[in-house]
Design a protein around this ligand. Sequence first.
Ligand code: ZN
Length: 67
Amino acid sequence: MAKIKDKSKAYLIQCLACGATCSIDKEIITELHKEIYSEHQFEIDHSQLKIKGYCKRCQGIGIEFNT
Ligand SMILES: [Zn+2]
């Protein structure tokens, strides 16, 4: 149904610790999309796609969260 435009917006990874963002290769997302669709017949909303985690810098240090 929904066609994915070639000139789509950048997909982002965002660090939960420092908030740094980085755009990621569209090919990675396309592959992820295919995998998820074939396994679950689930269509990702590309406009909402942001992957969160920890950047290289923040992985190594002790992260203290304010909970
Ligand atoms: Zn970070």
